[in-house]
Design a binder for this molecule. Structure first.
Ligand SMILES: O=C[C@H](O)[C@H](O)COP(=O)(O)O
Ligand SMILES: C=C(OP(=O)(O)O)C(=O)O
Ligand SMILES: [Mn+2]
Length: 390
């Protein structure tokens, strides 16, 4: 039996070895309470409307891939405090409200460039696709996608949300950290779509986005996003065409509701200045309004000569600056940032050429997927945004 009515092609789904176990996980998830409420989602929608109209900024940030082990309150509080801290720097620099949205409480699934990972010893393993799918350990058995992990993802997200809600007490709606993740795994997302007073909503998060690899306008992920009332986002990379972007905006925000749709630009420093202007002009002319955010991380990923996946901070800063300039020159609102960051003093992104050229090591590299900004680096990115927007 399938509980899905979404029959469009779905990219980036794990190769689950046993379909019946996936169906069982779907059924269990559909019987569990939703993780988020319609009221919370409404309050996010309201504060995002201000960002769409140029009266507020948005800061989305968190890990590339959350770990189940990090669902405990101490770790969650550190992440929330850090995100609030970065948001408050942006808030006081811009003298505007800032909506903080975490990549948190469900960022457990990853799309990958390749289905397999080649290890230095010559072995080939199925790629790690996030804790909701398989285990990071380099063990061929633990890398087999396990549908029971979908349920652990639910319970971990619930634990994270419990801590988030306890930190909301006494805070205004515009300053809470809201929960967001990529809407990637359909057997997780579809059973968590619930009916509310205003229609269906994704009860897996407050905000969900469709990734660069799954944003096919006729595909299953866009159809899922279209079917729910939450504020949603779509990542757009350097290959997207103006026609595709206008189609996505028409499909995902047909009623032109401010705050409903966020376009998250992740083109890379070398492409954004060339490719973004026409997209912004076409959306302004034929579609919109949308919230334009800069993700200066995903278009600037490279590998060092030693094979370490990293990002060169000067490229990250340049993408932010160019993004702001392109929007401003066209009379549009650069509404903020989407960052991979951590409160920990990691060395994952590189500040200068020394690490990149292999002259310095990466003494504290902890990410299980993409390299994140440490707090000092995140502060530089916020400064670059504020400087460009001044
Ligand atoms: O976070 C985004 C993607 O999942 C990630 O960049 C993919 O990384 P890969 O190219 O190593 O598969
Ligand atoms: C998968 C991600 O990004 P993108 O879809 O932009 O590659 C991500 O945000 O982790
Ligand atoms: Mn990432």
């Amino acid at each position: 039996m399938t509980l899905s009515l979404n029959t469009a092609a779905a990219a980036q789904q794990p190769d689950w070895p046993d379909g019946e176990l996936v169906e069982r996980a779907r059924r269990t998830l559909s019987d569990l309470p939703g993780l988020t409420t319609e009221d919370e989602i409404d309050s996010l929608r309201e504060v995002l409307a201000a960002a769409a109209l140029g009266e507020a900024l948005v800061l989305q940030g968190g890990d590339c891939a959350e770990r189940f082990a990090d669902a405990e309150p101490g770790t969650v509080r550190r992440k929330l405090d850090h995100l609030q801290g970065v948001a408050s720097v942006l808030r006081s620099g811009a003298e505007l409200p800032v909506v903080p949205i975490g990549r948190i409480a469900g960022q457990y699934a990853k799309p990958r460039s390749t289905s397999h990972e080649e290890l230095p010893d010559g072995r080939s393993l199925p790629s790690y696709r996030g804790d909701a799918v398989n285990d990071i350990a380099a063990d061929p058995v633990l890398r087999i996608p396990d549908p029971d992990r979908l349920l652990t993802a639910y319970h971990s997200a619930r634990a994270v949300l419990d801590t988030m809600r306890s930190s909301w007490i006494g805070r205004p709606a515009a300053e809470r950290v809201y929960a967001a993740h990529e809407l990637l795994l359909l057997p997780y997302e579809e059973p968590l779509v619930r009916s509310g007073s205003m229609g269906k909503f994704a009860a897996s998060a407050h905000f969900g986005w469709v990734g660069e690899r799954t944003r096919d306008v006729g595909g299953a992920h866009v159809r899922l996003a279209e079917s729910v009332q939450n504020p949603i986002g779509v990542k757009i990379g350097p290959a997207v065409t103006p026609v595709e972007v206008v189609e996505l905006v028409h499909k995902l925000n047909p009623d032109r509701i401010p705050g409903r749709l966020t376009l998250i630009v992740r083109m890379g420093a070398s492409e954004v200045g060339r490719r973004l202007p026409l997209l912004v002009e076409e959306v302004a002319r034929h579609a919109g309004p949308v919230i334009w955010l800069s993700d200066p991380m995903h278009g600037n990923t490279s590998r060092t000569s030693g094979g370490v996946k990293t990002r060169f901070l000067p490229a990250v800063l340049e993408e932010v600056t160019t993004f702001v300039r392109v929007l401003r020159e066209r009379g549009q609102w650069p509404a903020g940032l989407h960052l991979e960051l951590t409160p920990d003093p990691v060395t994952e992104c590189v500040d200068g050429p020394e690490e990149f050229e292999g002259r310095l090591a990466f003494p504290d590299y902890r990410s299980v997927c993409d390299p994140r900004l440490n707090p000092a680096q995140a502060a530089q990115v916020v400064d670059a945004f504020l400087l460009a927007a001044r």
